[in-house]
Write a protein of this length. Structure first.
Length: 287
């Protein structure tokens, strides 16, 4: 059996459906975060003290006190605590934000969740840490003592926190425009990419978006310094890894579901993108 666990947000933990939670870092083991896992929610970790090694794919990070860590859904990650860690974890599903905000692309504009050229964490001053502790605690206290209007207050507090963090993150990494992803075509492409399962070519995406393949590539190169094909392949690999680890399908079935009629073509694609074969990838996480 695979050592990977898919951690889902407990929507009914507080008696009514709620797509957000906030709790102590000491609950990491209880939540299943102490092993290789993937999730269906966004995570923001406020680390007050202690240290931990964090693995996200091939990226290994050493996280210490007075830091903020930002994680997106689906990616495989693993915590290795190197000392007792104290702090807060804020988790939420995209639906909690999308059902409230008029801007359907809001989460795609947050640098700490979308920028591939910067690291998913920042170091904080003591003053900044204390300010964020207050904001995290306000959300946590409202969740614990739910009232009929609590979801409105929580969403308002979350919106304030996410925008404030985006400004802070952008300043930390010297990003001139904190909401730099302002091109509507880029945002539409990212949302379409998120919703698409299986293999689809650049031309098909361009057709659905009503633009030429060349224009789509040019816009994405200006925004991310990479092609549409690169982003599409990255999504396919992420989807492939999840199917290989969590479904009962064999490699041929996963390849066919992704869009490869021949297993050999899927294996070749997977190895070209990751440097390892699907069978070796599964074997690594099944030890």
């Amino acid at each position: 059996m695979s050592a990977i666990e898919e951690v889902l947000l407990d929507k009914n933990k507080y008696g009514e459906q709620l797509l957000i939670d906030c709790h102590s870092s000491s609950d990491i083991e209880i939540a299943g975060f102490n092993k290789y896992y993937t999730s269906n929610f966004y995570e923001i970790h406020l680390i007050e003290s202690g240290s931990v090694n964090m693995h996200i794919g091939n990226l290994k990070m050493e996280l210490k006190q007075n830091m903020l860590l930002f994680l997106t859904p689906s990616k495989i990650r693993h915590w290795e605590p190197t000392g007792e860690m104290k702090g807060k974890i804020l988790i939420f599903e995209s639906g909690f934000v999308e059902h409230f905000f008029k801007d359907n692309f809001f989460l795609y504009k947050l640098q700490y969740f979308q920028n591939a050229e910067t690291l998913p964490y920042i170091q904080l001053s003591v003053d900044d840490l204390n300010q964020y502790k207050i904001l995290f605690s306000e959300i946590e206290n409202e969740i614990i003592a739910l009232e009929t209007d609590s979801q409105h207050l929580i969403r308002a507090a979350l919106f304030y926190l996410l925008v404030k963090l985006n400004r802070h993150y952008s300043t930390h990494y010297n990003i001139k425009d904190s909401f730099v992803i302002s091109n509507t075509l880029v945002l539409r492409f990212l949302k379409l990419l998120d919703k698409t399962t299986g293999r689809k070519g650049v031309q098909e995406y361009a057709n659905e978006l009503g633009v030429s393949k060349t224009h789509l590539n040019n816009v994405l190169k200006m925004q991310f310094n990479c092609t549409a094909l690169y982003l599409i392949n990255s999504k396919l690999i992420e989807q492939s890894k999840k199917e290989l680890l969590f479904s009962k399908k064999n490699i041929s079935e996963v390849g066919f579901e992704i869009g490869f009629s021949e297993t050999s073509n899927f294996v070749r694609f997977f190895k070209n993108q990751t440097g390892t074969t699907p069978s070796d990838f599964v074997r690594h996480f099944s030890k």
